[in-house]
Write a protein that binds this ligand. Structure first.
Ligand code: 15L
Length: 276
């Protein structure tokens, strides 16, 4: 019998999309979140309300699971003290559970781990996953730490992990930035399936983005999981290309997350050094 898959953050927007999509694809799901699950439970799924900071419960929930899809935690920019518990201590509990169970971790990282890279003027200077982290806030910082936690647990304990640097995953793009970073729901569902099914991933980092022609991001490790996104934001161009943010948001890949609380007044280091 197939081992169950544990999905954290199941009551969030992406968690709900994954719960539905993975249940349809025949997986036995254990769903968990700090908030109640708002939808009817998909067939074969169970739900338990839990706090990621409760390590004992996380260990129990992960028992016998093949994979932990970790989509829980704070999903937007917040003060440091609000982020550190769910997003760092919580992730530590996830990795400890994975180590004990010999499970694979699929971590919902984010473009905000690199959000202070400037947007490319064309598709020429695409960022690849070996480029430096440039978090654009405490949320992005925790995502970068989360990817490094995956690096540590692979190198030290052989816990396999896939880190999904998700762009913006919504029903449809809502502004010009999303023409480059949009991830469709069907592409997300297929991405999760590929992460579960791949025979071997080691420590992998993959851009969670659909097949959008207006790209920010290039090389990653998707060949390890055989994922080929199918959707594109381009059909929405006329609808959203005039929807822009303030100049700071428009300069950086992280958009409004980079602009939030920005206090720098002097010119950015791009003017003097290639990389600060
Ligand atoms: C994220 O990481 C957030 O979780 C999501 O709500 C979006 O705002 C997205 O990034 C984005 O960059 O647009």
């Amino acid at each position: 019998m197939q081992k169950p898959v544990l999905l954290t953050g199941a009551s969030g927007n992406l968690g709900r999309v994954l719960a539905k999509g993975l249940a349809e694809r025949g997986y036995t799901l254990r769903l968990t979140d700090i908030s109640p699950f708002p939808d009817p439970l998909p067939p074969g799924a169970v739900f338990e309300q839990a706090d990621l900071e409760d390590g004992v419960t996380i260990l129990r929930l992960a028992e016998g699971c093949s994979t932990i899809l970790h989509f829980g935690g704070v999903s937007v920019e917040r003060p440091f003290e609000d982020i550190i518990g769910p997003n760092l201590r919580g992730l530590f509990h996830i990795y400890e559970a994975a180590r004990r169970e010999g499970a694979r971790v699929v971590f919902a990282s984010s473009n905000h781990s690199i959000g202070f890279h400037e947007r490319p003027s064309d598709n020429a200077e695409l960022l690849d996953v070996a480029d430096a982290f440039r978090p654009d806030g405490y949320y992005g910082l925790a995502k970068a730490c989360g990817e490094l936690m995956g690096r540590l647990y692979w190198d030290k304990h052989g816990v396999e992990n896939v880190n999904l640097r998700i762009g913006a995953c919504y029903e449809r793009p809502v502004d010009r930035r999303m023409l480059s970073i949009w991830l469709s729901f069907p592409d997300l569902q297929q991405l999760a399936k590929c992460c579960i099914e791949a025979p071997r991933v080691a420590h992998a980092v993959i851009w969670g983005v659909s097949q959008n022609p207006a790209k920010y991001w290039g090389a990653d490790h998707r060949e390890r999981i055989g994922w080929e996104p199918q959707d594109s934001a381009e059909p929405f161009r006329a609808e959203v290309q005039h929807i822009l943010g303030d100049p700071i948001s428009e300069r950086y890949q992280g958009g409004a997350f980079a602009a939030k609380g920005y206090t720098r007044t002097e010119p950015s280091p791009r003017d003097t050094f290639a990389v600060e």
